[in-house]
Design a protein around this ligand. Structure first.
Ligand code: NAD
Ligand code: TYD
Length: 336
């Protein structure tokens, strides 16, 4: 199989490329990635089957670049996106270009080239905040952040490509991922790496927002299952094994890392901060999906990975553009 993966230099995309090449010895992957601030060739360092992988630097919103890589492709797995909620609050423009226009450009090219399957990787954040129960795939989309709104728009473009043009699409909506190679601006890698450095973790608001945590390897296995077995035109939720308030998460990581409470600093809440996400995964389980690890085991392994791989995250945190982002992010925000 010849696969086009988009965003394969990012956190989840690179884990998917690494896992897939090891799992399928004849698989060939073209990886279209613009290498934005979040894209990092080091994420693929030392992987098995590297000779069957080709990175092409290009923008998913550039029709000519997309057309070139779409030739001869059997299936597309579309990860490329602007993915950080806080950045979307500061400026949503790149979210619209990449997440919405980029998806539409890919859908059009996939149709022109007769691609056999298009897997669109989306998020549970498109359902909005759910006070009780679990979101089902048929629930209305009520996104609250500019990031979630751009992902919901892309989900609808994917749906329309199926209904109008008959493109064989499948969509996944996953909960919060964690694991190796996650850009250290997201909550868990920021917390772990700050604490390795003896710096505080900024806890937003009252810390009672609830997220459902899934190890990235299970997300990758879920996407692969949907790629191979998912029913065309359908959407599949992919959830985790631990639904926790941010305070509970902080407490668990603090205990494992033996970090004092003084390194948790409450800061002003994120604007429009969704209180809770939760997804019903019965549909994916009916395809045969099972989690491969428990939350605590995977969390300990993740903490160990960041402890052992400072070479990977330290240069990212020291980068000028990352420091400039935090300056903007905390301008006028400060402590609670
Ligand atoms: P990430 O920010 O780590 O990586 C995104 C990748 O996309 C980077 O390599 C970047 O260079 C690339 N990219 C960005 N704009 C591009 C463009 N215009 N053209 C080509 N490449 C571009 O993101 P991630 O956390 O790995 O998320 C991957 C996908 O999974 C996203 O679609 C996201 O919405 C979805 N998702 C993420 C999570 C999560 O917890 N991180 C949960 C559910 C769904
Ligand atoms: P994040 O990793 O940004 O994922 P998302 O907002 O897409 O769910 O954040 C996870 C949770 O942690 C979310 O409730 C916001 C919170 N958070 C903090 O408390 N402090 C931080 O510095 C960050 C980045 C997030």
């Amino acid at each position: 199989m010849r696969l086009l993966v988009t965003g394969g230099l990012g956190f989840i995309g690179s884990n998917f490329v690494r896992w897939s090449l090891a799992a399928y010895p004849t698989l060939k992957i073209t990886n279209l990635d613009l290498r934005t601030y979040a894209g990092n060739p080091a994420n693929l360092k030392g992987m098995k089957g590297a000779a069957r992988h080709r990175w092409v630097k290009g923008d998913v919103a550039d029709p000519a670049a997309v057309d070139r890589v779409m030739r001869g492709v059997d299936a597309v797995v579309h990860f490329a996106a602007e993915s950080h909620v806080d950045r979307s609050i500061l400026d949503a423009s790149s979210f619209l270009k990449t997440n919405v226009t980029g998806t539409q450009v890919l859908l059009d090219a996939a149709r022109r080239h007769g691609v056999g399957r298009f897997v669109h990787v989306s998020t549970d954040e498109v359902y909005g905040s759910v006070a009780k129960g679990e979101s089902k795939e048929t629930d209305p989309l009520l996104p609250n952040s500019p990031y979630a709104a751009s992902k919901a728009a892309s989900d609808l473009m994917v749906r329309s490509a199926y209904i109008t043009h008959g493109l064989p699409v499948v969509t996944t909506r996953c909960s919060n991922n964690f694991g190796p190679y996650q850009f250290p601006e997201k909550a868990l890698p920021l917390m772990i790496t700050n604490w390795i450095e003896g710096k505080p973790f900024p806890l937003y608001g009252d810390g009672l927002n609830i997220r459902d945590w899934v190890h990235v390897s299970d997300h990758c296995r879920g996407v692969d299952m949907v790629l191979r077995k998912g029913v065309v035109g359908e959407t599949y939720n992919i959830g985790g094994t631990a639904s926790l308030t941010n305070r509970e998460l902080v407490g668990m990581v603090r205990r494992i890392m033996k970090v004092p409470e003084s390194l948790v600093v409450p800061v002003k809440d994120r604007q429009g901060h969704d209180r809770r996400y939760a997804v019903d995964c019965a549909k994916l389980r009916r395809l045969g999906f099972k989690h491969s690890t428990t939350f605590e085991t995977a969390l300990r392994a993740t903490i160990d990975w960041y402890r052992e791989n400072a070479w990977w995250w330290q240069p990212l945190k020291g980068r000028g553009d990352v420091k400039a982002y935090y300056k903007k992010q905390y301008a006028g925000r400060g402590k609670k």
